[in-house]
Design a protein. Structure first.
Length: 437
């Protein structure tokens, strides 16, 4: 079979692909850094011909015109599983072109499919095709394979800068309807040096990680601070939603070996990778990296199969009983649940099975205007990301509050002890007024 001729027959310009879009279509897309940039940058051009086109995205790294202008209200609606900074900006302007989809990452797609909504298109990014007719979904299989199986049509932007990966990323040209050829660099993570406060938090978290642990953590100052403080650990493994630059640095230092993992020993397991070109080059044609569906990597029952599983996530605020808010303040949406509850529950289940492990939620003791991040009562409308019955421990720059199995009274005391000293008397008084202690 001449796969190249079949590939060539499916190549279209972005304008030709967009001419197929109709009113009421549902379009789903791949995850950063595999977001179909050319398609989304041009989508607004068909606004005069369509109404009520729904576009599902995760963590946009740039504003796209279709979601950013009032004139497109009623034409396009961006349904986001996880807000990035550009999405927050659009939402804060009150535009009716974006909304959030509440979800836990490991079953987000099956929930969409079972809602009865027909998925007309999946649009993603892939590496170049090999001689056998296979393309690679590259840095992400998080939602991509599940969406490909559910969509009526599959469109791929083929980018020679996209690394070829192993796991569940293969897709054959026979399963693709249209190809848009592109050639641009993948978006890269902006590496942030941890602050002094984040380094203190990272030090406390590092003390909770044992040799031979399998870790999950994301991006930002706290995860990088943790990376700095675990240089002395041995034989750590990775089972994570996102494969990050910090994990690669630990591998290069010999801290991460993946050799003592109980599930997929010797392998990095992730749902997607996001970092710099250095990370993308590392995962390219690297059989030690398994890029798998999020419905697998983020399944708490799968995560719990790893001994000494440690999940590290960050939060915006927590109340005195242990309810964690990580995605919004009141009704002002900030990010999303993502895999936080999935991975936290997996790590805690590992611990409950007697195999070690910790579910760690980290936060600064104060937020904007030096307000306490540990609060007596959550602001009205705040969505709870990690319920208090699931919580294990909270870490601030003042220490670790172990909450699992503790009474409300014990939790209140533990959380006040790790609150900022300027707010401890206030929290004590409010806890007494609320009859919590």
């Amino acid at each position: 079979m001449n796969w190249q001729s079949i590939y060539n027959s499916k190549v279209r310009t972005v304008e030709e692909v967009l001419s197929d879009i109709k009113s009421n279509d549902v379009i789903t897309t791949s995850v950063v850094p595999m977001t179909p940039r050319v398609f989304l940058e041009n989508l607004h051009k068909v606004h005069e011909d369509v109404n009520n086109v729904e576009v599902y995205t995760i963590l946009n790294t740039t504003n796209y015109e279709f979601q950013s202008l009032k004139e497109y209200e009623g034409r396009f609606l961006n349904n986001s599983w996880f807000y990035g900074p550009p999405d927050r900006k659009v939402a804060s302007q009150g535009l009716k072109t974006i909304t959030y989809v509440p979800n836990n990452a490991h079953h987000a797609i099956i929930d969409l499919v079972q809602s009865g909504k027909k998925i007309n298109y999946f649009v993603g990014t892939a590496s170049s095709m090999d001689e056998h007719g296979y393309l690679s979904l590259s840095c992400s299989a998080f939602i991509e394979k599940d969406l490909i199986e559910a969509a009526e049509k599959v469109i791929l932007e083929v980018n020679p800068n996209a690394p070829r990966t192993f796991g569940e990323t293969e897709i054959h040209i026979s399963k693709v309807d249209y190809i848009i050829e592109t050639n641009h660099q993948l978006p890269e993570e902006v590496l942030i040096e941890p602050t002094e406060i984040e380094e203190k938090i990272g030090g406390f978290i590092a003390d909770l990680i044992e040799d031979g642990s399998t870790i999950q953590m994301g991006i930002g100052g706290v995860p990088y601070a943790v990376s700095k403080f675990i240089d002395n650990k041995k034989d750590l493994g990775v089972h994570t939603e996102m494969f990050t630059e910090g994990m690669l640095e630990l591998f290069n230092k010999g801290v991460i070996t993946n050799e003592r993992k109980t599930l997929w020993p010797g392998k990095f397991v992730c749902a997607f990778a996001f970092g710099t070109r250095k990370l993308y080059d590392f995962i390219n044609n690297n059989p030690a990296v398994m890029v798998m569906r999020g419905s697998y990597t983020n399944n708490p029952d799968v995560i719990a199969q790893n001994n000494k599983m440690v999940s590290i996530n960050t939060a915006i605020m927590v109340d005195l009983t242990g309810q964690v808010v990580s995605e919004a303040i009141g009704t002002r949406h900030y990010s999303g649940t993502g895999g936080q509850l999935d991975t936290h529950r997996g790590a805690v289940k590992c611990a409950r099975l007697g195999k070690g492990g910790r579910g760690i939620i980290a936060l600064r003791s104060t937020g904007g205007n030096n307000m306490s991040s540990i609060v007596p009562v959550l602001p009205t409308g705040s969505p709870i990301t990690v319920p208090r019955q699931d919580i294990d421990c909270i870490v601030t720059e003042y220490g670790v509050a172990n909450l699992r199995g503790r009474t409300v009274r014990e939790r209140v005391k533990a959380l006040i002890n790790v609150a900022h000293p300027d707010h401890r008397d206030y929290l004590q008084r409010e806890a007494e007024k609320l009859l919590l202690i």
